[in-house]
Design a protein around this ligand. Structure first.
Ligand code: IPE
Ligand code: IPE
Ligand code: MG
Length: 260
C-alpha cells in the first residue's frame, strides 16, 4: 500500500487496531537510525492546567512507547534528545525533575529493555550530570553492553556545537603531538571523534510540537537526514503517529545532491 492508498483507507476507517495493522503492513524501507527531538511536554501540561513536571512525566510514557515500537520494528538506533546543553537555563526545580525522571526511567526500564535485547547508551557531557544519573547510566550501559538489538541512545547534556568543538580539540592534540597530519583529517576520521562514533548517521529526524529548528541537535550527523515535524505534542505522540511518520519517510526521495 502506498501513502495515498493508505490515507484514503485511514480517512475512511478510524478503527485504531486495523489502522495499526495496515500501517505495519505498509512499512518497508525503514530508517536504520531514527533521531527524535521530544518537544512539547510543557505545552501539553499547560493545555491541561497541569504543572510542567506532569508533562515531563507523560513524556516518559511516550518515550517508552517509542522505544518499544522501534525495537519491535528492528531499527538499529534510536537517538532521543532528552536534555540539551541549553536546558540548564531552566529553573532549577525543572532541571531537578528532569534528572530525577531520567534516574527513575533507567531504574524502572533497564531490566525490561535488557530482556528485549536493547543496548542503552548515552551521548553528551555526561560527566556534568548528577552523580546518581551517571551511576544509573553506567549500570544500564554495562548490563546491556553486549545486546545486539536496538541501540537506545539518550542525548543528555547534549549540544552539537560542544560535540564538534571537543572532537576538534582531540584532533588538534594529536596533530600537536605529531600523531597525525592536518591532511589526514577527513569526514570519516572526524566522525570518529564525535559521541556517535561507530553509529550510522540518522536517516530520519522527527521533531514534535511544531518548532522548525534543530536546537543544537546532532549538527554534524543530520547533514543528510530526512526531516519530519509534527504539531503533535510529545506526550501525545503515540505508536500510530510514529508508524505514520515512518510511512512518510519511506516515500522520501533521498538524492544526496545527486539526480535520479
Ligand atoms: C521537551 O519539552 C522536554 C525537554 C526539553 C527536556 P519542553 O519542556 O521543551 O516542552 P515545551 O517546549 O515547553 O512545550
Ligand atoms: C530541545 O527542546 C531539547 C530537547 C527536546 C531535550 P527545547 O524545548 O529545549 O528547544 P527550544 O528551546 O524550543 O529550541
Ligand atoms: Mg521545548
Amino acid at each position: 500500500m502506498d501513502l495515498r492508498q493508505f490515507w484514503a483507507k485511514f480517512n475512511r476507517n478510524k478503527d485504531a487496531e486495523e489502522t495499526e495493522a495496515d500501517l505495519l503492513g505498509a512499512l518497508h524501507n525503514l530508517p536504520r537510525h531514527l533521531a527524535i527531538i521530544m518537544d512539547g511536554n510543557g505545552r501539553w501540561a499547560r493545555k491541561r492546567g497541569l504543572p510542567r513536571s506532569l508533562g515531563h512525566r507523560a513524556g516518559v510514557e511516550a518515550l517508552r512507547t517509542a522505544v518499544k515500537t522501534c525495537s519491535n520494528l528492528g531499527l538499529e538506533v534510536l537517538t532521543v534528545y532528552a536534555f540539551s546543553t541549553e536546558n540548564w537555563k531552566r529553573p532549577r526545580d525543572e532541571v531537578n525533575i528532569l534528572m530525577d525522571l531520567l534516574i527513575e526511567y533507567l531504574q524502572r526500564e533497564t531490566e525490561e529493555l535488557h530482556r528485549n535485547n536493547v543496548r542503552i547508551r548515552a551521548i553528551g557531557g555526561l560527566s556534568e550530570l548528577p552523580q546518581a544519573a551517571q551511576a544509573e547510566l553506567a549500570r544500564a550501559g554495562k548490563l546491556t553492553a553486549s545486546n545486539t538489538g536496538l541501540v537506545l541512545n539518550l542525548a543528555l547534556n547534549y549540544g552539537g556545537r560542544v560535540e564538534i568543538i571537543n572532537a576538534t580539540r582531540e584532533i588538534a592534540r594529536l596533530v600537536k603531538k605529531g600523531k597525525c597530519q592536518p591532511e589526514d583529517i577527513n569526514e570519516e576520521m572526524f566522525a570518529g571523534f564525535l559521541y556517535t562514533a561507530g553509529l550510522p548517521d540518522p536517516d530520519f529526524l522527527i521533531r514534535t510540537s511544531g518548532e522548525m529548528r534543530v536546537s543544537n541537535y546532532l549538527l554534524w550527523q543530520l547533514a543528510y537526514s530526512e526531516i519530519y515535524v509534527t504539531d503533535t505534542l510529545w506526550p501525545d505522540f503515540n505508536k500510530i503517529q510514529l508508524l505514520k511518520a515512518l510511512l512518510v519517510y519511506q516515500q522520501r526521495d533521498r538524492r544526496y545532491g545527486g539526480i535520479k
